[in-house]
Ligand binder design. Structure first.
Ligand SMILES: Nc1ncnc2c1ncn2[C@@H]1O[C@H](COP(=O)(O)OP(=O)(O)O)[C@@H](O)[C@H]1O
Ligand SMILES: [Mg+2]
Length: 243
């Protein structure tokens, strides 16, 4: 048991009919760290992330956030979490600002405070100058940044991102990396799922490696590479895909 644990994933199992998506997974995430969840397609990353985001429930086991159960008190935990899903969830015919306005309403923001928060998150993700443009005119990377902006409106203590840099341009990647660094400096706890963690790799304090629903390794990337005798994350991932 890790006494520094902030998010404690305990023996979580999830099945879709007879298919096991997660098999008794236990992970401890510390307050203020950037934690990477890495694994090939089908590893169970999105299943894990959606449970943490209180969208999905485990079949058995539990996740405690600051001592509170996501099974028993999902509403209280939801207020503390920002969730960026793998699929983009935006209205293409509305402007960036109006998309955020809808989300801000869901979070209960109103009036001047709401306007300020929308402006702040747009600037934070470098979308301030495109706020009145329709999302349909945005590149994939801009849509991804807008999705991230939406997840930050209520100033969450925990940010969970599912494949945030998959298929995005280099400018967006850099912006996302800078944002992660800046949020970490403010004490935010960040969990990133990725099938290949590329440049975000250097941002992660610790990582967990999942394959076919099974947790293979947890620790610093350096520690895992030295324990497994692999040169790089890429080589480690290639071995998994061959299994
Ligand atoms: N809604 C669902 N219904 C049935 N099977 C699912 C569903 N979601 C995921 N799965 C299966 O669960 C496993 C893990 O999927 P997922 O969590 O999406 O993995 P990852 O995000 O790592 O690619 C896969 O075998 C996938 O096909
Ligand atoms: Mg996924």
């Amino acid at each position: 048991m890790d006494t520094n644990s902030f998010i404690s994933v305990r023996d979580v199992t999830k099945k879709y009919r007879s298919r096991i998506a997660l098999d008794r997974v236990s992970i401890e995430v510390r307050r203020g760290e950037v934690f990477g969840l890495i694994g090939p397609n089908g590893a169970g990353k999105s299943t894990f992330i959606s449970m943490l985001a209180t969208i999905n429930k485990p079949d058995s086991g539990d996740i405690l956030v600051d001592g509170e159960s996501i099974v028993k008190t999902p509403g209280r935990i939801r207020e503390r979490i920002g969730y960026v899903p793998q699929e983009i969830a935006l209205y293409p015919m509305l402007s960036a600002y109006d998309n955020l306005d809808l989300w801000a309403g869901v979070y209960g923001l109103k009036g001047q405070q709401k306007k300020q928060r929308i402006r702040a998150v747009l600037d934070y993700l470098r979308l301030g100058d495109r706020s009145r443009d329709r999302v349909a005119t945005f590149s994939g990377g801009m849509k991804r940044r807008l999705n991230i902006a939406a997840s930050l409106l209520h100033k969450p203590e925990i940010l969970i991102m599912d494949e945030p840099t998959a298929g995005v341009d280099i400018l967006s990647r850099t912006t996302i990396s800078e944002m992660i660094r800046s949020l970490k400096n403010r004490g935010c706890t960040i969990i990133i799922a990725s099938h290949y963690i590329d440049e975000l790799e250097s941002l992660c304090d610790r990582v967990a490696i999942l394959n076919k629903g099974v947790l293979l390794h947890t620790g610093t990337l350096k520690g895992i590479l030295s324990k497994t005798g692999t040169e790089s994350l890429e080589a480690l991932m290639l071995n998994l895909e061959e299994m």
